[in-house]
Every structure is written in C-alpha cells, then in structure tokens.
Design a protein around this ligand. Sequence first.
Ligand SMILES: Cc1cc2nc3c(=O)[nH]c(=O)nc-3n(C[C@H](O)[C@H](O)[C@H](O)COP(=O)(O)O)c2cc1C
Length: 150
Amino acid sequence: MPTLLIVHHTPSPNCQAMFEAVVSGATAPEIEGVRVVRRAALAATAPDVLDADGYLLGAPANLGYMAGALKHFFDQVYYPCLDETRGRPFGYFVHGGNDVTGAVRGIEAITTGLGWRRAADAVTVTGEPGKADIEACWELGATLAAGLMA
Ligand SMILES: Cc1cc2nc3c(=O)[nH]c(=O)nc-3n(C[C@H](O)[C@H](O)[C@H](O)COP(=O)(O)O)c2cc1C
C-alpha cells in the first residue's frame, strides 16, 4: 500500500492545530488505500523515508531557519535516501511568529538537493492559524495523500 510519511516538529498549540489539520486531510474518508505514518522529526529515520512513497514535512521557523529538529531529520536521512527517493512527491507547512522566509528557503533548497518533487503549494502561517489556514493545511494533507492513491 502506498505510504505517506508525515514528519513534524510540533512544539506548541498553533503548530499542533496545523499538524492535526494536515493529518485530518491525509486520512479523510474519501482517500482510500493510502497508509499515513506520522513521525516526530527527532525520531524519524532513513528507513521511514525509504519505506514511504511521499512526504509531508512540518515545523516552526526558529532563528531565521527551519526548527533544528527538522534540520536534524534532513541531516540524518539526506545521504542514505539520496539515491532511492528522487522524484517522490512532498509538501510542507511552516509556522512562525513573524517571518518564515529562511525556513522556506532552507526546506526548498534541501528538497531540491534530494530531488523531491513538490506536489502542493507550501502552507505558511504566522501567528494564530485562522480558518483559511487550517483549511489550507487540510488541503495539503489531502492533496499529498490523494496523489498516492493507486
Ligand atoms: C528560539 C526561537 C526562535 C524563533 N525564531 C523565529 C523566526 O526566525 N521566525 C519566525 O517567524 N518565528 C520564530 N519563532 C517563533 C516560532 O516559530 C513560534 O514560536 C512557533 O512557530 C510556535 O508558534 P506559537 O508560539 O505561536 O505557538 C521563534 C521562536 C523561538 C522560541
């Protein structure tokens, strides 16, 4: 069964709201035959990445970049997964206080290096997520999962 791996760093209620919406979209009843696996960014491993068919990443912006937990994930999996995961679809969401530019730039650069294919627009939110933000997260999850349906 195709597998969507959600790798997230979720340290606050605002991030949790975005994460839950992404999971809700990815596991919507109309999406059939897709396994959704969630891993905290500090616990995700190269085998998790190799075993999946698509990826959804989510983290806060910290100190002008992606949160260290997501950077740690990429550091762990980059070379072990470089050969085998090229071309696979991914999407991501970032939450920040005021400026997520550096986090977005970092995620785009690393995923370009991996050769992953962005399958949906990124969702970026600063401050408390509004209804439209939560809906965008739901759509992000649903789009990635639907793309893996056989
Ligand atoms: C050490 C630290 C650095 C941060 N750096 C940034 C940053 O560079 N850009 C930004 O938009 N938000 C930054 N933030 C805010 C976090 O992104 C924000 O706290 C996180 O997304 C959780 O959101 P919440 O606090 O509204 O729940 C920082 C927070 C901390 C604790």
